[in-house]
Write a protein of this length. Structure first.
Length: 135
């Protein structure tokens, strides 16, 4: 919600608070990617993605989060085909791990890449599937 409201200072503070409390470092860096992309700061998003890839003690869900963050960055760079591939990799990883929330997030990203590619009806169908998986 904070990111949707574009309250970037508050969002950054929430991420820092999560890290200080021992939260998932990979996830925090991936959230930073999305935040920087929303600010149109592609170089900072790229740095955050590299930090996510190098973060220690990655959980099994790290690959899903990193693929989604990579997809988001690829969209910001105007590389919709690469973004689609990364989103599909996230979806495959989530399904392989039987990670429902990861699958829903990946489906939302695939939907976003479809929308960017001009496939509006496909994007809408995928968004509905993502909602169903999330519930």
């Amino acid at each position: 919600q904070t990111l949707k409201e574009r309250d970037h200072d508050k969002f950054d503070a929430l991420i820092e608070s999560s890290i200080a409390a021992g939260g998932d470092l990979t996830g925090a860096h991936c959230l930073r990617v999305v935040s920087y992309v929303s600010r149109e700061d592609v170089p900072a998003a790229k740095q955050a993605l590299e930090a996510a890839k190098k973060s220690p003690n990655q959980t099994p869900t790290a690959a899903i989060r990193i693929s989604i963050a990579t997809s988001c960055l690829q969209l910001a760079r105007g590389r919709s085909r690469d973004a689609m591939i990364n989103a599909l990799e996230a979806l495959a990883a989530a399904r392989a791990q039987e990670d429902g929330p990861g699958e829903a997030a990946a489906l939302k990203m695939v939907s976003a890449t479809c929308l960017a590619a001009g496939l509006e009806s496909d994007a809408n169908r995928l968004a509905h599937v993502a909602e169903a998986v999330a519930s």
